[in-house]
Design a protein around this ligand. Structure first.
Ligand code: UT7
Length: 335
């Protein structure tokens, strides 16, 4: 159920990162006026205070393009030089073409092979590992990986169990072969468990339950989640994925200066910190501001961690993610 990777031919670097958050802010106080909830409940149970919501006219690729341009500038790489664009999303602009193709068109990357990855909140690290393998094998030189989701479009805004948790956004990274003084991706790990598909999904809108008037009436086009069960699996799988990536990099948790976990719930992150016996100040947390932005979350966090100086050249960082599928992934990078 999980992949092992290692023994690749050439080392790969993260050359730059970027992000985009839509302007509109939805606060816990706003949500109090929409459903039977309170700022106190949301803050205590999740740590979330605010989230960003995309404008009606903004599609996922619009968010992705803004993050992509930010990452390309940060990396000093021209869009025209990209060989590969991967977008991780569960909210594509349309069934096809891939959202990555819309990004290609918007940024001008005619050489790039473009496709999407569907691994829910774990998608960005799935995409990063694919890009790493393309580059490590010599099949590509420069790759753009984007995690982007407009979850506000698949949320049931009358369901307090889910609507308080999520937000919209995009994060991106540019990958290329490592050099002596660049960063280097040291390890990667991923896994899935399709037996647990039902605890977190959007049942309608695909070939199984098409969007008929009846299915729309039953809101089958919106996210369904068994929160407590998801919580339990999130803690377990992120814990073991974190350990696995650290192990594969030949390191121990003490060697990691910055832990960048999926931004779903502060309590999940605190439990993982406790179990790894790592103090919370080594964990990067921004869910207070953005909620859970699905595939974008860890990418946005990586960008903010490196631009704010939380991550410095030579530091070891660990990214670990978890999402519907179930899916999970982790990676250690020497920055
Ligand atoms: O990206 C991965 C996807 N998702 C996650 O990682 C989410 C994982 N799960 C969680 O983060 C937590 O399970 C939640 C935040 C979703 C819920 O927290 P919880 O502590 O597990 O609460 P609960 O589901 O056990 O519900 C406790 C109570 C229930 O009331 P009763 O049955 O005890 O009377 C809920 O109905 O809290 C109630 N509740 C709320 N109350 C006020 C649920 N949502 C809300 C709400 N406001 N928004």
């Amino acid at each position: 159920m999980s992949t092992k990777s290692g023994g690749l031919i050439r080392p790969v670097a993260i050359a730059g990162t970027g992000k985009y958050l839509p302007e509109k802010v939805l606060t816990n106080e706003d949500l109090q006026r929409m459903v039977d909830t309170s700022d106190e409940w949301i803050t205590e149970r999740t740590g979330i205070k605010r989230r960003r919501i995309a404008a009606e006219h903004e599609a996922t690729s619009d968010l992705a393009v803004r993050a992509a341009l930010d990452a390309l500038e940060n990396a000093g790489v021209a869009a025209a030089d990209l060989d590969l664009i991967i977008v991780a999303t569960v909210t594509p602009d349309m069934a096809f073409p891939a959202t990555a193709c819309f990004v290609q068109k918007a940024i001008g990357a005619p050489k790039a092979t473009c496709f999407d990855v569907s691994a829910a909140c774990a998608g960005f690290l799935y995409g990063m590992e694919l890009a790493r393998q393309f580059i490590a094998s010599g099949a590509a030189q420069k790759a753009l990986v984007i995690g982007a989701d407009k979850l506000s479009g698949i949320i049931d805004w009358t369901d307090r169990n889910t609507c308080v948790l999520f937000g919209d956004g995009a994060g991106a990274a540019v990958l290329q072969p490592a050099t002596e003084d660049s960063s280097e991706i040291l390890s990667a790990y991923s896994g899935s468990n399709g037996n647990l598909d039902e605890i977190l999904n959007v049942p309608g809108g695909g070939s199984r339950l098409p969007l008929t008037a009846e299915n729309l009436g039953a809101k089958l086009n919106t996210m369904k989640m068994a929160g407590r069960e998801v919580y339990r699996h999130a803690v377990q799988t992120m814990m073991s994925a974190a350990r696995e990536a650290i192990d594969r990099a030949g390191l121990t948790p003490d060697d990691i200066s910055c832990f960048i976990p999926h931004q779903a719930n502060l309590r999940i992150i605190e439990t993982i910190a406790q179990k790894l016996q790592v103090s919370m100040d080594r964990f990067f947390v921004n869910l207070t501001e953005y909620g859970n932005t699905s595939a974008a979350a860890v990418a946005i966090a990586l960008d903010e961690a490196q631009r704010s100086g939380r991550v410095k050249r030579g530091d070891h960082i660990l990214m670990v993610v978890f999402g519907g599928g179930l899916t999970w992934a982790s990676s250690v990078v020497r920055w």
